[in-house]
Design a protein around this ligand. Sequence first.
Ligand code: UDX
Length: 449
Amino acid sequence: MARIAVVGAGHVGLVTAACFAHLGHSVTCLDVDHDRIALLQQGVSPIHEPGLDDLLRQGVERGLIAFRADYPQALDVEFAFVAVGTPPSAGGSADLRAVREAVASLLRCLPPRAVIVNKATVPIGTADLVEQLAARMNATSIAVVSNPEFLQEGTAIDNFLRPDRVILGSRDEDAVERTARLFESLGAPIMRVDTRSAEMVKYAANAFLATKISFMNEIATICEQMGADAQLVAKGIGADDRIGPRFLGAGLGWGGSCLPKDTQSLAHLAAAHGAHPQLLRAVMQVNQDQRRLVVSKVRSALGDLERRRVLVLGAAFKPGTDDTRFSPAIELAQLLQSEGAEVLVFDPVVTADRIQALAPGVRAVASVEEGAQGAEAIILATEWPEFRELPFAALAAGMRRALLVDGRNYLDPARLAEAGFEYRCVGRPSQEVFASFDFEPSVVAGSIG
Ligand code: UDX
């Protein structure tokens, strides 16, 4: 059993703390946000993550997790995981103030030979910076290890406990071996690299995922023009195990707390160091275009959006979370508003107050039925499973115009048509495209697998 501190009670920090306690380690979770710590001390998790509440409760019951809002004089731990936020600053680089503050506070209270493990996504070179800070504060026995996290919101506990790989970057071999022992029981390959490569793996992984989605979105746009079906194409290419089937879902594009921030931050880092990150820039551009593409589908059906009532289904950046950071759904609502539409938003988890704070002027509604009444279009922006089971015929009957634009290719077109909806989605040809070719759609619209 190791003694571990986790600094930062956000998504990554809490999942890390809960999982280490689950593995039997003794964990102190520290955050300077007093309200957040007070909630945790009362047994309430400030974030929505399946399975996290149970693990935190079990950890507390077993006496393996404690929460605190201040740094003690002496913090008797062997490892201190830094999982504080690194939000984008105005220029696009990552804001490292929280990391610097956390590290400086840790250096004042950690015992000799403790290991600072960086889990926050930090620019390449940050581990070196931490080492310099340690040297400046005469804490040279403190080792620094970079251990990027690859947690996905909604499946973070599983991602932590069953990782594809664990990356450990350090100059200090002994610190790497000690840190590796924390992860050995997970049975995943442990890759030991230098710190800069470890830091880069995180950025490159997220940038690659963003690229994969933007690539598929670009292919989807071409599919629409050419009379091909992007979903069948994704299946077809995804069956090649050099490509793989995941992250090929076309639609509104990517959002969330990591992909946008990290892709932008990597492009910024690259440009600042004289590289020309043209692919990364195109990947971001395609992503912005996806929001506009979905708006244009509504506009082309309705003529214009001025004073048209449009219901947006979803506010979270993806299902299974209440996180709205860089949410495509919110950006979509804002774009609709900028064209004069009356925008209503429904999300099963994100609160009305939050929605209205993020997009002032939109109306957060309490149910899909309430929002659909009298609307001229519904746009599905976040693929919450409950949206598959809506009473579509009743919704269509209450709308001024029963148009549904599926921004996630999530719903069953045949079911929607049967319910009386005019259905549009992303990357599948419209009937007009088929009409311009010299063959019957049914001849070509087969299915793969
Ligand atoms: C991501 C990375 O997956 C994870 O490894 C990293 O640690 C943090 O960032 P997360 O932000 O939880 O995780 O979201 P993810 O599930 O990757 O989805 C990101 C965005 O891409 C979402 O907006 C999602 O809707 C979108 N997406 C995903 C698509 O548009 N199409 C797809 O096929 C998959």
